[in-house]
Design a protein around this ligand. Structure first.
Ligand code: MCN
Ligand code: CUN
Length: 796
């Protein structure tokens, strides 16, 4: 059954800071994680299992003249070496991407980025497979690479995708939102216009566990069991069925414990397909697990947007309109994982939290000789880029008008009575009280005292900065009518079963990567039918044992799957009512619900608990017509809209005037994700996301040299933050439930990663105001900060 209408009473209504289902519950999954008993992909060892390793291109752009595998095949422990030519014979050399492009599984004609997959060795052990890579001889004819995205569309730029018939440039798409003419008209009459080029550099999600797969193909019954590090097991199974031509019912995708995904584990990588081919070819299970450099150099990167933006305003600081043109670097294949109709993801929420008269954006996607990807790293489908742009631009405007950055935001917020609010690019924001959240953050920070402290420090030549960011997210894709990936509508299923003794199991289509679903989804069931969370088992990550759904990304698990779980559990509750009525020999209308129990109106002593009803459902009681003999229910939830969580962040930094080193001294984060299920898990999500934000703002960077060598290919060069670089987070919250979500919850998983980078950069720029600095691109490394203080161009 598909449910679209969901306006039921929100259980937290009337007591809006009450969490759901026992609230701050310790995570059910942690006993196994903290004792080292998690079962990750690389922990799985199957009998007779072989190991695969990938030979990768050392150069960014080259013709392949020849590949000689003779010596590798002669290695005593090597069973097979697969090249692109072998895959061509199986029609598998190219695979479709999630953006309707194709991507080389193994290169046949050319290599198009450093780190691209060229050959696959299968050997008895991982060491032998790795050693044999060095025995493969590839003859490359080096071509000029396209590295600078600004030159990718020049007439004389080398053509990267000459595999596509008739392709004569590196252009992928132009996509626009909003109304250009209306926006230009507002600009023409505006008193003040500020402009800036804002770059969100290429970064990488770098999860603790890299990507991998184990394929186990059984030639006798034609069944493929595929263990994968995936955030979306069901979508992967369908794509494998479509790509490899394997019957879908013969494919079982299992996603074991995942050591962090952050969007890195949404796509289907060549290594996964190669493990499958390897298992079919050798008749044995084949494991492939990438190392850190492979992960950083070849799997889905994030961002890489160059955004030229203008803001129109009045002299008093009323923001009237925003427009932007973005050049989006998608790398060598367009493999970004966004809903089909949105090639720039949800970037068109770049109007932010402000009530504008007009807005327009145009995004141009281009190919370069870099790794493919783009939609990853807690981005909520590129809301990261959108929030960074608008929150940086509001500060640019505030500086121009000499207005306080807190004041200018308060002055322009969408007001509570304007919700549901239709913005100028097509979104309907569900609910919000932005001023309340902002004022709470300002008071938690002691904003006025901070400004006073800053003034006295400045008088002493000390550099202190205060940065504000106020973000609105859009998370929880679908509805399916507007949103799909490769034609699969974005909805999610949930199934609840109550066993005869009153213990329950809930099966999900989404997949936790560390977010604590085993706890929070049990809490939703507990809230709805009163069974304690410890009596509820959460099953996920196995397509043979869970209902279909699109998976975990874009912070959609709670907004979509959480809705499915609440509604399925309410179906169980209604079914329980009919069964209880039969057991008590009364009419269902005469029953009333209290948590965990149906009782007779006016006679509370006459009632049945869920456990008694469950036994009744499976027992010998004569059940009413239309009620089958169980206490189970299933729902596919197609959300009517996305949810719009938001937050106010304030960052305080000190900059060393001698070295340009930035120290984050304080960070205040007030989030509103609607009804809160588990406050402790929410805080954990926010702490993690804030750490990401400090990392991106100050350290993380995937750069390339002119030849296309990746300069961020190891943790020696790609710097990620540790406890040393971050302060003690100061978090707080407001609660503005989503009016359309069954429990009023909005997503939280990506909010802090989305919202924090502009707060940090705004703080750094604020600290550098005495030097006349009005903008600085991330990452604000000491050399860049120091160069800005000298009035010099940003070093690369
Ligand atoms: N939650 C809650 N109350 C709410 C909203 C959420 O208690 N109102 C809880 C949820 O039930 C869930 C957690 O917070 O346990 C995150 O929920 P949600 O916002 O629905 O996000 P998802 O579960 O869909 O997680 C995806 C999101 C994304 S897209 C990225 S990227 C990211 C993130 O989560 N990757 C993560 N957080 C991560 N955290 C960890 N540890 N590891 C990752 O890979
Ligand atoms: Cu954009 S990263 Mo999360 O949606 O998996």
């Amino acid at each position: 059954m598909t449910v679209t209408e969901t306006r039921e009473t929100n259980p937290a209504a009337g007591d809006e800071s009450r969490p759901i289902g026992f609230g701050r519950l310790q995570r059910k999954e942690d006993p196994r994680f903290v004792r080292g008993k998690g079962k990750y992909l690389d922990d799985i060892v199957l009998p007779g299992m072989l190991h695969g390793a990938i030979l990768r291109s050392p150069v960014a752009h080259a013709k392949i003249l020849s590949i000689d595998t003779t010596e590798a095949l002669a290695h005593p422990k090597v069973l097979a070496v697969i090249t692109g030519t072998d895959l061509e014979g199986l029609n598998l050399a190219w695979a479709p991407t999630l953006s309707y492009d194709v991507q080389a599984v193994l290169a046949t004609d050319k290599v198009r980025f450093q780190g691209q997959e060229v050959a696959f060795v299968i050997a008895e052990d991982r060491y032998a497979a790795r050693d044999a890579l060095e025995l493969i001889d590839v003859d490359y004819d080096i071509l000029d690479p396209v590295i600078d995205v600004r030159k990718a569309l020049d007439a004389d730029a080398p053509i990267i995708r000459d595999d596509k018939e008739g392709k004569t440039d590196n252009h992928i798409f132009d996509w626009e939102a909003g109304n250009e003419a209306e926006t230009d008209a507002v600009f023409a009459d505006a008193e003040v216009v500020v402009s800036e080029e804002v770059i969100y550099p290429r970064v990488h999600p770098a999860p603790m566990e890299t990507c991998g797969a184990i394929a186990d193909y059984d030639a006798i019954d034609g069944k493929l069991t595929l263990y994968e590090t995936t955030q979306a097991p069901h979508a992967h199974r369908t794509v494998f069925a479509l790509v490899a031509g394997l019957p879908e019912h013969k494919i079982r995708v299992i996603s074991p414990d995942i050591g962090g995904g952050f969007g890195n584990k949404v796509g289907i990588y060549p290594g996964y397909i190669l493990a499958v081919v390897g298992s079919i070819v050798t008749g044995k299970p084949v494991k492939w697990v990438e190392d850190r450099s492979e992960n950083l150099m070849s799997t889905s990167f994030a961002r890489d947007y160059i955004m030229k933006a203008d803001v129109a305003a009045t002299r008093e600081g009323k923001i009237l309109a925003v427009r932007t043109h973005v050049i989006a670097d998608h790398g060598a294949f367009n493999a970004s994982a966004n809903p089909t109709k949105y090639p720039a993801g949800f970037f068109h929420i770049f109007t932010g939290s402000y009530d504008l008269q007009a807005a327009y954006c145009k995004v141009t996607g281009v190919y370069t000789n870099k790794a493919p990807g783009g939609v990853a790293y807690a981005c909520s489908f590129r809301v990261t880029e959108a929030v960074y742009l608008i929150e940086r631009m509001v500060d640019v405007l505030a500086a121009e008008l000499e207005l306080d950055p807190a004041q200018i935001r308060l002055q322009n917020f969408i007001r509570p009575e304007q919700f549901p609010y239709a913005n100028k690019t097509g979104w309907e924001y569900d609910s919000g009280d932005y001023e309340k959240t902002m004022r709470l953050a300002l008071s938690r920070a002691g904003y006025d005292e901070l400004r006073a402290e800053q003034a006295s420090k400045r008088a002493n030549g000390e550099l202190m900065g205060i940065g504000i960011s106020f973000f609105t997210e859009t998370v929880g894709a679908g509805p399916r009518r507007h949103m799909d990936i490769l034609g699969l509508g974005m909805a999610d299923g949930a199934e609840v079963r109550v066993h005869p003794t009153g213990k329950a199991v809930v099966r999900l289509s989404v997949q936790t990567q560390g977010q604590g679903h085993e706890t929070t989804f049990a809490q939703i069931v507990a809230e709805e039918i009163g069974i304690p969370p410890e009596d509820i088992e959460v099953v996920h990550g196995d397509t043979d044992n869970t209902p279909f759904g699109l998976g975990t990304y874009g912070s959609r698990s709670t907004p979509v799957s959480g809705g499915a779980v609440a509604l399925a559990t309410r179906k169980v509750r209604e079914k329980a009512k009919l069964i209880a009525a039969a057991m008590l020999e009364v009419r269902p209308e005469d029953l009333e619900w209290e948590k965990g129990r149906w009782f007779v109106t006016g006679d509370p002593s006459q009632g049945k608990t869920m456990a008694e009803i469950a036994m009744g459902a499976h027992g010998t009681v004569e059940l009413p017509d239309g009620i089958d003999g169980n206490l189970d229910a299933e729902v596919t939830y197609n959300p009517p809209n996305l949810t719009f969580p938001y937050g106010a962040y304030i960052c305080v930094v000190d900059v060393d005037p001698g070295t340009g080193h930035v120290k984050v001294r304080r960070f205040i984060a007030v989030d509103d994700c609607g009804t809160r299920i588990n406050p402790m898990i929410i805080e954990g999500q926010v702490h993690g996301g804030l750490t990401d934000g400090v990392g991106m703002a100050l350290m993380e960077f995937i750069g390339f040299d002119e030849q296309g060598n990746c300069l961020g290919g190891s943790f020696m060069d790609y710097l990620i933050p540790t406890a040393m670089e971050v302060p003690d987070w100061e978090t707080d919250f407001t609660v503005t439930p989503s009016p359309h979500h069954p429990i009023g919850a909005k997503g939280i998983g990506e909010s802090a990663t989305v919202g924090s980078p502009p707060a940090v950069v705004n703080a750094v720029v604020d600290a550098l105001a005495p030097y006349g600095v009005t903008h600085l691109d991330m990452p604000c490394t000491p050399d860049r900060v120091w160069a800005a203080m000298q009035g010099r161009a940003t070093p690369p």
